[in-house]
Design a protein around this ligand. Structure first.
Ligand code: MG
Length: 218
C-alpha cells in the first residue's frame, strides 16, 4: 500500500485513487497537436505506479519514447461528493509536486486507434511524488512557478496560474461524478516543454522553494 506524508502534520495518508487531468495548459495542448478542451480530460493511475523522490524511474523496454510531465498534485483530506467550489477548496488538504511519466509512443498509437491509453500511463514507477505541504500554509499556490530540469537544463517552466481548470474547479467537477476520499491524489496537468528522456537522465522538479523531487531514469 502506498502513502504520502503531509509534512507539517507528520501525518500519513494511504493513497486511494490517482486522478489525472490531461491538457490543462493551453500551450501544452498545442505542442501535442490537440485542441484546448472545454471540460477537464480525466484519466486514472493506480497507486501501484507510485515511487518517491530519490527512487528511479524504470524505462520500460517496450517503449522508445518516455516523456516527463511535471505537475502540481492535490491531496484530498476529506470525503466529498457533488461538492461546490467552496466545498472542493475545503476538501484539498495538501499540495505536492509530481511527475506523470508517459510512454508517448504508446499513447499516440492507442489514441490513433481510439483505444484507451491506460498502459501508456500506468506502468510501475510512472508516478513520482515529493512529500506534501499543508494547503493552508501556502496562500498563493497559483502564483508559484513549476519547473522541471533534466541534467541541470530547464525543460518545463510555468506559473501555475496558467492552468485552464484551477484546483477547486477540478475537484468540484470530479466530485459530481465520483466520490473523492481522503488520500486520493489529483495530478493537475503539465505545462509545455514535455520531451523524451534517455536512460541515465537526472530529473529535478520543483514548485517554487516549497516542494521538490529528484529521480533518475534507469
Ligand atoms: Mg499529465
Amino acid at each position: 500500500m502506498k502513502s504520502v506524508i503531509l509534512r507539517e502534520k507528520k501525518e500519513e495518508y494511504h493513497v486511494g485513487k490517482i486522478l489525472c487531468v490531461g491538457r490543462n495548459y493551453a500551450e501544452h495542448a498545442k505542442e501535442l497537436g490537440n485542441d484546448v478542451p472545454s471540460f477537464p480530460i480525466i484519466f486514472i493511475k493506480p497507486a501501484s505506479c507510485i515511487i518517491y523522490s530519490g527512487e528511479n524511474v524504470e524505462y520500460p523496454p517496450y517503449s522508445q519514447e518516455l516523456h516527463h510531465e511535471i505537475e502540481l498534485v492535490l491531496l484530498i483530506g476529506k470525503t466529498i461528493r457533488k461538492g461546490s467550489i467552496d466545498e472542493a477548496e475545503d476538501a484539498i488538504i495538501g499540495y505536492g509536486v509530481g511527475l506523470d511519466m508517459t510512454l508517448r509512443d504508446l499513447q499516440n498509437e492507442y489514441r490513433k486507434e481510439g483505444n484507451p491509453w491506460t498502459l501508456a500511463k500506468c506502468f510501475d514507477t510512472s508516478a513520482v511524488l515529493s512529500d506534501f505541504v499543508m494547503k493552508d500554509s501556502v496562500p498563493d499556490i497559483l502564483e508559484q512557478e513549476i519547473t522541471l530540469s533534466v541534467n541541470g537544463q530547464m525543460r518545463q517552466q510555468c506559473l501555475l496560474n496558467m492552468m485552464i481548470f484551477k484546483p477547486a474547479e477540478i475537484v468540484s467537477y470530479l466530485s459530481e461524478r465520483m466520490t473523492l476520499e481522503p488520500g486520493d491524489l489529483i495530478f493537475t496537468g503539465t505545462p509545455k516543454g514535455v520531451s523524451a528522456l534517455q536512460r541515465g537522465d537526472e530529473l529535478q522538479g520543483k514548485i517554487g522553494s516549497l516542494l521538490s523531487l529528484n529521480t533518475t531514469v534507469a
